[in-house]
Ligand binder design. Structure first.
Ligand SMILES: Nc1ncnc2c1ncn2[C@@H]1O[C@H](COP(=O)(O)OP(=O)(O)OP(=O)(O)O)[C@@H](O)[C@H]1O
Ligand SMILES: [Mg+2]
Ligand SMILES: [Zn+2]
Length: 530
């Protein structure tokens, strides 16, 4: 017998075999039981999560010799023909290749004829969003007055592209991505029956890589099994898929906790040395922080983290070292890194900068512009990394007397601020703002302080960032920015946003590429039209 790929071989043949779509299975079962089927369904959802499979099972259930029944027999001629794809009364149409008005007209004609052998004629139209507008209109007429013996099942990965008039005539069912552990469960069944050995960690890695699409997970497993002759280890999955091991994510986060920037860079170096994709590492790290956040808010309940028990426990432990705010801020930094990477068309440098930043960032820092000035006057010593003195203002660390006093100074409009002072504190301002409102922080990050006059700070944006400027000009955002700037600079400050065509000289521009990239990412930004 020729080889049948897992994804086909394991196509579910009844509702019990459908993984992870309980809400849909329940709805359809009930409808079948009570004989209250809609005449048209829209199955919406991402690729490879069971839409076509469910459509065929529903067709079986409707036409089974013993039906309509939620549990089609699988043996009668109707059931077997549907399973083999040669039932005369179950018509599968690919919307992508039959998208025009002529095809739909032909369909309209055929709809009129009663079923050849079965109770119902079932039309399964896949990728229905691809049908042209004329085709849609023709379809609509059919949907308005369908003969009693016709059922439609539309499937789409892009429900937003299906005309609302069509959607309103269907019962819509939304398929969801399948969770990592549900996918692992299904893969376990497959390897058991196929008698192949695959490490559990390898299954988890496959499940994660498939992003909720069970079909993709099965295909990856299939390839790996044939590639490795039946024994699959995590190392193989990792190397074939170019994945990053979970260990590395924990390790780099440990370094962030230990404020060991150098160590964090060394780990990144190792990841790169293993030929891993830095982009994948970055998105995995973002996901890791997402898990830390969930761990933080779930207070010890690991069930919300979609990972195996042991890993969830490790995440819960690691999460204890962070406050929620710190996690948000790390998240923000990492997401900005992705943006930056897109713009620079390189992940490595922005990622290095972010790791250093995360591994030396201290909460108290941002509130003390003077500290920033000190730090920036000798940026990144030879070994590359920040000296490990605890920052003032950190929880539990008493503030030096001088600074404690500073904190007490009420914002007073009389204290003059200087452009230099603002520039020094700029990074701290953006961070503090991001902590309160990430979007506003992200917008402000595109601006540069350019002028201070009578405590009005002018912030310039490149011409093509007018949306950022406008968003910040909204009352609540402006107030927030003013509040934070005033707080950080210890003086009442108002802000004014402008668009600027001019190149604005970078503060303290250093020729060292690393330091330059630090500035690129987190400090100022040379304003230029691009
Ligand atoms: N929910 C599921 N339960 C069990 N198997 C599934 C499920 N989803 C996908 N599969 C597996 O993936 C294969 C493809 O699934 P199916 O064709 O139903 O997905 P789909 O949602 O229609 O995908 P597409 O949007 O790409 O058409 C199935 O044959 C089966 O092996
Ligand atoms: Mg499909
Ligand atoms: Zn049957």
């Amino acid at each position: 017998m020729s080889y049948v790929v897992f994804a086909l071989k394991w196509r579910p043949q009844d509702f019990n075999a459908i993984v992870g779509q309980e809400h849909i299975v329940t709805t359809l079962r009930n409808a079948l039981q009570k004989n209250r089927l809609a005449h048209a369904y829209l199955f919406a959802g991402p690729r490879g999560v069971g839409k076509t499979s469910t459509a065929r099972i529903l067709a079986k259930a409707i036409n089974c010799a013993q039906g309509p029944t939620p549990d089609p027999c699988g043996k009668c001629p109707s059931c077997t023909q549907i399973a083999q794809g040669n039932s005369l009364d179950v018509i599968e149409i690919d919307g992508a290749s039959n998208r025009g008005i002529d095809e739909i007209r032909a369909l309209r004609e055929s709809v009129k004829f009663s079923p050849a052998r079965s109770r119902f004629k079932v039309y399964i139209i896949d990728e229905v969003h691809q049908i042209t507008p004329d085709g849609f209109n023709a379809l609509l007429k059919t949907l308005e007055e369908p003969p009693d013996f016709v059922k439609f099942i539309f499937a789409t990965t892009q429900p937003n592209k299906v005309m609302p008039t069509i959607i309103s005539r269907c019962q819509r069912l939304d398929f969801r991505r399948i969770s990592v552990m549900e996918i692992v469960g299904q893969l376990e069944k497959i390897i058991e029956s196929e008698k192949v050995e695959v490490q559990k960690e390898a299954l988890i890695a496959i499940a994660k890589a498939s992003d909720g699409a069970l079909r993709d997970a099965e295909s990856i497993l299939d390839e790996l099994v044939s590639f490795t002759k039946g024994r699959v280890s995590l190392a193989e999955v990792v190397s074939v898929l170019g994945l990053v091991e979970q260990e590395m994510l924990f390790a780099v986060t440990e370094k962030i906790i230990a404020k060991d920037a150098r160590g964090a860079l060394e780990i990144l170096d190792r990841v790169i040395g293993q030929g891993k994709d830095t982009g994948i590492f970055l998105s995995n790290l973002i996901e890791h922080f997402r898990n830390l956040m969930v761990a933080r808010v779930s207070r010890g309940d690991a069930s919300l983290i979609d990972l195996p028990e042991e890993t969830s426990q490790l995440i819960l432990k690691q999460a204890e070292h962070f406050s929620l705010e710190e996690i948000f801020s790390a998240f923000n930094v990492l997401v900005n890194t992705q943006e930056m990477a897109k713009r620079l068309d390189s992940v490595r440098i922005p990622l290095e900068v972010s790791l250093v930043k995360l591994a030396h960032d201290k909460k108290g820092d941002t509130l003390h512009p003077h500290q920033h000035a000190r730090r920036e006057s000798h940026p990144l010593p030879k070994q590359g990394i920040e000296p490990k003195t605890p920052a003032a203002g950190e929880k539990g660390t008493p503030l030096p007397a001088e600074q404690r006093q500073e904190e007490k100074i009420e914002p007073s409009p009389e204290t003059e601020i200087s452009l230099e002072g603002v520039k020094e504190a700029w990074q701290g301002i953006i961070e503090s703002l991001s902590r309160v409102k990430i979007s506003a922080g992200t917008y402000l990050n595109e601006g540069m302080p350019v002028k201070v006059e009578r405590n009005v700070l002018t912030i310039a944006f490149p011409m093509n960032y007018s949306l950022h400027k406008e968003s910040l000009e909204r009352k609540e955002n402006r107030q927030l920015v003013e509040q934070i700037v005033s707080q950080v600079l210890h003086t009442g400050t108002r802000v004014n946003f402008i668009l600027s065509k001019e190149e604005i000289p970078r503060q303290d521009a250093s020729s060292h590429p690393f330091i330059k990239s630090v500035l690129d990412s987190f400090g100022g930004r040379v304003i230029a039209e691009d």
